[in-house]
Design a protein around this ligand. Structure first.
Ligand SMILES: NC(=O)c1ccc[n+]([C@@H]2O[C@H](COP(=O)([O-])OP(=O)(O)OC[C@H]3O[C@@H](n4cnc5c(N)ncnc54)[C@H](O)[C@@H]3O)[C@@H](O)[C@H]2O)c1
Length: 330
């Protein structure tokens, strides 16, 4: 078992990484506590059963899986269901599933009765190494990713790497894009390990390593105004590509994969990046033109007046912020 504590000026919470944790989840939850379990309709039922069996009379709410559910409408549906079931401010939400569930359920927690507690129980690789940590929660709106939301840290993050055994290959690769991102922006040795070894055989270690890198950025800059923005490497184009294709063509990590390749200027770095992304069967190009992406890039939430904020790579393991003039929408 590994325990990483995320500690900022305002919050402190543990991230527990423990293979088999889900079968033992009773030990991590409070007795006589009202829990609301939020999950999507494609997560294996066995995981929902394990968590619900550990809770006393939980409210269980499911929503249709996929990015297209990360909306104001689903947020309203979840809030309404909780109200209809007389959920009070002292209830705790359990966000069980991938990044879509975590972002949505966390956003419900941050808004319901001005904020209730929640626990992240991530079950995709992407959610275990990235989205469950750091407290960014929210929904997509008006062709823009994550444009409504808040920074609202969970009380705890409970990670069971064994749940990844049921994850479809495409979703595993999707998570690898964010892991490769960590190597690119912060840790050359980690990048080399991802490149040279089979990460599937060393998952617990790789999750621990990834969460530790994210911890470093979140603790330095909880409110996302400085260095934490480096975590957005590949995401400016990635988000634009996701939205351009109406969240139908690519998963989040796949779009980020294309976005990382697009933004890196240095030829040798680009070559190494493409090689490792290809090893994990991630896409590295898309025919869409920059012109067509412009309206979506203009909605990026990192933008400042008149400027696009991109993240580029100086050398593998070191990133920097690159600010360019924002092209005017016609
Ligand atoms: N908040 C953040 O800091 C942050 C960071 C990165 C990404 N994100 C967000 O995360 C989202 C993507 O998350 P995702 O890739 O986890 O997608 P997802 O939540 O849609 O999950 C992918 C699919 O896997 C299924 N699933 C979940 N666990 C499973 C398991 N163990 N076995 C089998 N199937 C399983 C789900 O039912 C779903 O169909 C995007 O919306 C992205 O914007 C947020």
């Amino acid at each position: 078992m590994k325990k990483i504590v995320i500690k900022t000026k305002t919050f402190s919470y543990p991230v527990i990484i423990n293979p088999g944790l889900l079968s033992d989840i009773l030990n991590y939850l409070e007795k006589n506590q009202k829990y609301v379990i939020i999950h999507d309709d494609l997560i294996p039922e066995a995981y929902v059963n394990k968590v619900s069996c550990a809770c006393d009379d939980p409210l269980i709410i499911s929503f249709p899986a996929g990015e297209k559910s990360k909306t104001v409408e689903t947020h309203q549906y979840l809030v309404r269901t909780m109200l209809d079931n007389h959920i009070k401010k002292d209830a705790v939400i359990l966000a069980l599933g991938g990044g879509v569930t975590g972002d949505l359920a966390g956003y419900v927690a941050s808004t319901y009765m001005r904020g209730i507690d929640y626990i992240q129980i991530p079950t995709t690789l992407l959610a275990q190494i990235d989205s469950s940590v750091g407290g960014k929660v929210g929904v997509d709106f008006a062709d823009a990713k994550n444009v409504l939301g808040s920074i609202y840290p969970p009380k705890m993050v409970l990670i069971d790497p064994l749940t990844l055994s049921t994850l479809p290959k495409r979703h595993f690769a999707n998570g690898m894009a964010e892991m490769i991102k960590y190597g690119m922006i912060a840790d050359r040795a980690f990048f080399d390990t991802i490149n040279n070894e089979d990460i599937n055989q060393m998952l617990e270690w790789a999750i621990d390593k990834s969460v530790s890198i994210k911890k470093m950025f979140v603790e330095k800059d909880e409110m996302d105004k400085g260095d934490r923005r480096l975590l957005n490497f590949g995401h400016t184009y990635g988000h634009a590509i996701e939205a351009y294709y109406n969240y139908e063509k690519y998963l989040h990590g796949e779009a980020v994969s294309i976005g990382m390749v697009k933004i890196v200027k240095d030829k040798q770095i680009k070559k190494e990046l493409i090689s490792v992304l290809s090893k994990y069967n991630l896409p590295t190009t898309d025919p869409v033109t920059d012109k067509k992406l412009e309206p979506f890039l203009a909605k990026d939430k990192k933008n400042r007046s008149g400027q696009n904020v991109f993240v580029d790579i100086e050398e593998i393991g070191k990133a920097f912020i690159n600010i360019t003039a924002l092209k005017k929408e016609k």
